[in-house]
Write a protein that binds this ligand. Structure first.
Ligand SMILES: CC(C)(C)[C@H](NC(=O)Nc1cc(F)cc(F)c1)C(=O)N(CC(=O)NO)CC1CCCC1
Ligand SMILES: [Zn+2]
Length: 184
């Protein structure tokens, strides 16, 4: 089972690498990895397990954060609007279209691979369409908005060696862009 010690931290070259496409059908090993990744995120949101294993409460994870150079990511969090969990295990994800409008988390972003706080707004597309494959090899097409769109873009950035703070305007970190709206 994965714990925080398996997650590489800022400064490790693995976080600045462009990850390789996963060959399909996925191997037993890659299936195990993406299942371990989802289990880690679920564990991190379980108060008892998170306390016992000292896990930060996560909502998404990309394989490069485990120093695994493969285009795989997981997303899992409770969506209040849907009143249900949003759960995705995505292989070779690609943003195939996006809104012009941008959005951002008013509190800024953090990262499981970054131990210190780096204040500032991270502007992302408000709505995206993502194509990829699920672990069963089925092609999936996801239309994401609000927090789900932010998490997906944060994780896809990891597959391209991009960190959230690369997007912060260091002249004026909390200045919203003109066509951007906060996601509460
Ligand atoms: C960096 C960290 C603070 C651990 C962040 N956690 C998080 O957002 N937790 C959270 C938020 C909720 F709204 C509800 C809830 F149940 C738990 C996170 O997992 N990530 C994922 C990450 O680092 N992936 O590489 C950072 C987020 C910043 C914006 C999107 C993902
Ligand atoms: Zn991250």
């Amino acid at each position: 089972m994965l714990t925080m010690k398996d997650i590489i931290r800022d400064g490790h070259p693995g976080l600045r690498t462009k990850a390789e496409e996963v060959s399909l059908p996925i191997s037993r090993e890659d299936k195990q990895t993406i299942d371990d990744m989802l289990e880690f995120i679920k564990n991190s949101q379980d108060d008892k397990i998170a306390a016992k294993l000292q896990l930060r409460s996560g909502v998404g994870l990309a394989a490069p954060q485990l120093n695994i150079n493969k285009r795989m990511l997981v997303i899992h969090f409770f969506d209040e609007q849907k009143n249900d969990y949003i759960t995705h295990q995505l292989i070779n994800p690609k943003i195939v279209s996006h809104s012009v409008e941008k959005s951002y988390l008013p509190q800024g972003e953090g990262c499981l691979s970054v131990d210190e706080n780096i204040p500032g707004l991270v502007h992302r597309y408000a709505r995206i369409t993502v194509k990829g494959f699920n672990p069963e090899g089925k092609e999936v097409k996801l239309r994401l908005n609000r927090f789900a769109a932010i998490v997906a873009q944060h994780e896809i950035d990891h597959l391209n060696g991009v960190m959230f703070y690369d997007h912060i305007n260091h002249e004026d970190p909390f200045k919203p862009e003109s066509n951007a709206a906060p996601v509460e």
